[in-house]
Every structure is written in structure tokens, then in C-alpha cells.
Design a protein around this ligand. Structure first.
Ligand SMILES: CC(C)(COP(=O)(O)OP(=O)(O)OC[C@H]1O[C@@H](n2cnc3c(N)ncnc32)[C@H](O)[C@@H]1OP(=O)(O)O)[C@@H](O)C(=O)NCCC(=O)NCCS
Length: 164
């Protein structure tokens, strides 16, 4: 019997932070980082499910340390959890000050990406093959966050009742 094809669940993207990305203080713009995060999440999700994907949501974006012009920044993406058509992509961003030989944890966050066809209709994504205890733990955590997201969305709607 043919061996099942290994799933592409991880993606690493490295970028040099150039002066055009900075704000007045020489740190990299938060908006620029969000754009790169979205690009990395798109690439990871799309390569996993082999379709076009859209960003449904982004949460738990925690900026732990500022990123400076000249730093080398790596976006470490992983498909943590999949539903029917959605995928949770966890991203850990690590910065590197090359001359100082120093690495730091810059950001962590979770994207929900949804597989769609050319008309924007959702498509089912492949089941995630969990191959280690860590992958199993990531999956369970992603499943829990998915439920939390739905609950927050629901409760937020309640807060808006009666407000235009
Ligand atoms: C995301 C989108 C495809 C969902 O379409 P929909 O018709 O609401 O489809 P559904 O309600 O069946 O949801 C599809 C999946 O998306 C998930 N989803 C929908 N809205 C979500 C949200 N706000 N956060 C997280 N997940 C969400 C659902 O849980 C579902 O997951 P599942 O299939 O794994 O169970 C649609 O809302 C869309 O196209 N949004 C715009 C996306 C976009 O333009 N992004 C770029 C922003 S600039």
C-alpha cells in the first residue's frame, strides 16, 4: 500500500527588517509586522490545504519585545488545529540581533484561516495527522481556543444588543 504523503504543517519565513519598515523611533511598525504575519499565516495554511485561503480572525497578538531595524526576524508557523474548513495557525516570531549574537521572542499569535474556492465558498481541509505528543497537545489547545473564540464572539454580540 502506498505510504500517505507527509503533511506540510510548518513554515518558517525569515525577513531582514529594513529602514523602510521603521517608525520615528527606529522600531519596526506594528502594522508592518501584522502584514508579514498575515503573509506567513496565508503561506502556511495554503500550503497545508493546497487551496486559496482567507483570514477569518487573528487573536492573542502579544508584542513581547520591540523589533529594531537591522534585526533578522523569523516567523515560525504551525498548523495547530483544523476544523471542517478552518485552520488555526500558531505563529511564534523570533528576532535576532546578528552582531550582538542575541535572539529574542518578539511576538506570539493565532490566526484562523479558512479554505475557500474561487467563489469564496468554504472548502473542507485535510484532517490533521498528529504524529507526536506535542502535536496532540497543540491540537487540543487549538480546539479549546476555537471554542473560546466562538464563546467570546457570542458574548460580544450580546454586549451589542441595543447599540447601533
Ligand atoms: C471567513 C469566511 C470565509 C467564513 O465564511 P462563512 O460563510 O461565515 O462560513 P462558516 O460560517 O461556515 O464558517 C466557516 C469556518 O470559518 C470559521 N469562522 C468563521 N468566522 C470566524 C471568525 N470570525 N473567527 C474564527 N473562525 C471563523 C467557522 O468556525 C468555520 O470553521 P469550520 O468550517 O472549521 O467549522 C467569510 O466570513 C469571509 O470570507 N470573510 C472575509 C475574509 C477576508 O476577506 N479576509 C481578509 C481580510 S482583509
Amino acid at each position: 500500500m502506498a505510504k500517505p504523503k507527509k503533511q506540510e504543517k510548518q513554515l518558517f519565513m525569515t525577513r531582514l527588517m529594513t529602514p523602510d519598515m521603521s517608525n520615528f523611533s527606529g522600531k519596526v511598525h506594528g502594522g508592518m509586522i501584522l502584514k508579514l504575519l498575515d503573509e506567513a499565516a496565508f503561506s502556511c495554511a495554503s500550503r497545508y490545504c493546497k487551496t486559496y485561503v482567507v483570514t477569518a480572525s487573528l487573536d492573542q497578538v502579544v508584542f513581547k519585545n520591540p523589533i529594531t531595524v537591522g534585526d533578522l526576524v523569523t516567523f515560525k508557523c504551525n498548523v495547530n488545529y483544523v476544523g471542517r474548513s478552518s485552520m488555526e495557525i500558531g505563529i511564534r516570531v523570533e528576532g535576532e540581533r546578528i552582531r550582538e549574537k542575541k535572539k529574542y521572542h518578539a511576538i506570539s499569535c493565532y490566526f484562523t484561516m479558512v479554505s475557500v474556492d474561487e467563489n469564496g465558498k468554504t472548502l473542507p481541509v485535510p484532517r490533521l495527522q498528529l504524529e507526536s505528543d506535542t502535536e496532540q497537545k497543540l491540537f487540543e489547545a487549538g480546539k479549546m481556543r476555537c471554542a473560546m473564540r466562538n464563546e467570546i464572539q457570542e458574548r460580544n454580540l450580546q454586549l451589542h444588543v441595543g447599540i447601533d
